[in-house]
Design a protein around this ligand. Structure first.
Ligand code: NAD
Ligand code: WQD
Length: 398
């Protein structure tokens, strides 16, 4: 299903890792976008790269639903450097773009370890910021949201692969708890909005037409472990400081910015003793957001409202050692690693059961582990210092 007629999607956190790949995918699918980001963990350069890639895409596949390939970055991607805690700033965005019909909400803080040291900052930005956004959306009658949740809401799950019906627990970190609480907040909002609509309809006389449809549609996407980069090698993850996550850390080892990987524990109850995760290519993940928007459209067209939750993962788990081997293969040499004690809060296995998303969203991860590693390596090799490295031009694929 393609968007009709070109809808405008507000993407919060659109300069970040997943946000920038999603902005590109939205444009390639024929959506218009508006981006809000305070640039606290990203740079505007990511949108310039989106622009470069989009222009190449649109020039090579002309289509009536696509934006003009010759638009400037500012015209193609209206950008607001606004904090989601800044209510007046958000109001301005919706006033300037009354055509916004849905929001994809990525903005927030995401470092698990840091969240244990500064929990109030995490609760403030992630929870207060999101509540602020939801209130402004209500004010402007925009009642469709796709929210970035995380597999961390499952804690240490009783069954692998994990279905969406697995218990949502108080999670392993303040960061994880913000995702749990936000899932509840968004569900509560959807439930209340359906009740409010029923009440309005009850109060109306026969001939009267409801003034506002109060009902919300929300899709909670529980990402497993996003990894990789755009295959062009000009867009990818650009973590500030020393990366917390396995794949960006390995990528920094490969370019010589870091000496060796510490493998956090080899005494887990898994085949090789290291933790198992479900690594998902970021381009597949971006497509999952387009699928979620389309699902909300179908729901609305059928007069159905409420909150849906989906796992976005491949359904296949890999251990830390598997990932070191796969990335070493992409790089062409063995990467140094040493086993160190477990990292507090890690659980042995988080592997998705993605069948609900496969069926309901008509979405399935397409890319292989080797593609994920090759694309990450191309990005890191071409941009050893992330977006500070080089001007954007698309190199020939190797
Ligand atoms: P990211 O840090 O690259 O992107 C988040 C973006 O939000 C950044 O551009 C940052 O500048 C912006 N931002 C942060 N605080 C903001 C604020 N107060 N106001 C406006 N903008 C703000 O992270 P990402 O990896 O792209 O993650 C996107 C979302 O997905 C986050 O909500 C994260 O919690 C969630 N998520 C990520 C992963 C992962 O492994 N990357 C896994 C599960 C869920
Ligand atoms: C993967 C595996 C580590 C680094 C986290 C968040 C989750 C989501 C994604 C985001 C684990 C091991 C890691 C290293 C290692 N969040 N590892 N050495 O912990 O599955 O998920 O990121 O916003 O909510 O919890 O991902 O990449 O940190 O770790 O051995 O230097 O790699 O122990 O088994 P994780 P990760």
């Amino acid at each position: 299903m393609s968007p009709s007629p070109k809808q405008t999607i507000l993407v919060t956190g659109g300069c970040g890792y997943i946000g920038s790949h999603t902005v590109l995918r939205l444009l390639e699918t024929g959506y218009k976008v508006v981006v809000v980001d305070n640039l606290s963990n990203s740079s505007y350069e990511s949108l310039r790269r989106v622009h470069t890639l989009y222009a190449a895409f649109a020039a090579s596949s002309p289509s009536a639903i696509l934006e003009d390939a010759s638009l400037s970055v500012e015209a193609l991607i209206p950008f607001f450097q606004v904090d989601i805690l800044d209510r007046a700033g958000l109001v301005k965005v919706f006033e300037t773009h009354p055509e916004i019909s849905s929001v994809i909400h990525f903005a927030g803080r995401k470092a698990v370890g840091e969240s244990g040291r500064i929990p109030l900052d995490y609760y403030n930005v992630n929870i207060s910021g999101t509540v602020n956004l939801l209130q402004v959306m209500e004010e402007f009658n925009v009642r469709k949201i796709v929210f970035s949740s995380s597999a961390t809401v499952y804690g240490n799950p009783p069954h692998i692969p994990i279905p969406e019906t697995s218990p949502i627990v108080a999670s392993m970190s303040p960061y994880g708890r913000t995702k749990v609480f936000l899932e509840h907040i968004i569900k509560d909002l959807c439930t209340a909005s359906v009740l409010k609509q029923e009440q309005q309809l009850k109060e109306l006389k026969d001939q009267e037409v409801a003034k506002t449809n109060y009902e919300w549609n929300a899709v909670l996407l529980r990402y497993f472990n996003p990894a990789g980069a755009h295959p062009s090698g000009i867009m990818g993850e650009d973590p500030q400081g020393i990366p917390n996550n396995l794949m960006p850390f390995l990528a920094q080892v490969a370019v010589g910015n870091l000496e060796k990987l510490s493998v956090f524990g080899n005494d887990y109850p898994t085949e090789d003793g290291t933790c198992i995760r479900d690594y998902l290519h970021v381009v597949d993940l971006a497509q999952g957001h387009v699928a979620a928007l389309e699902k909300m459209e179908q729901q609305q067209a059928a007069g159905q409202y409420g909150c849906l939750a989906y796992n976005l993962g491949t359904g296949t788990g890999y251990s830390v050692f598997d990932m070191v081997r796969a990335f070493s293969k992409a790089v062409g040499r063995d990467l140094p690693s040493v086993v160190t004690p477990r990292r507090p809060g890690d659980v042995p296995n988080l592997t998705a059961d993605p069948r609900l998303a496969n069926k309901d969203l008509n979405w399935k991860a397409q890319k292989t582990l080797d593609e994920m590693c090759a694309d990450l390596w191309r990005w890191q090799r071409n941009n050893p210092r992330g977006y500070n490295s080089t001007p954007a031009s698309i190199p020939a694929l190797d």
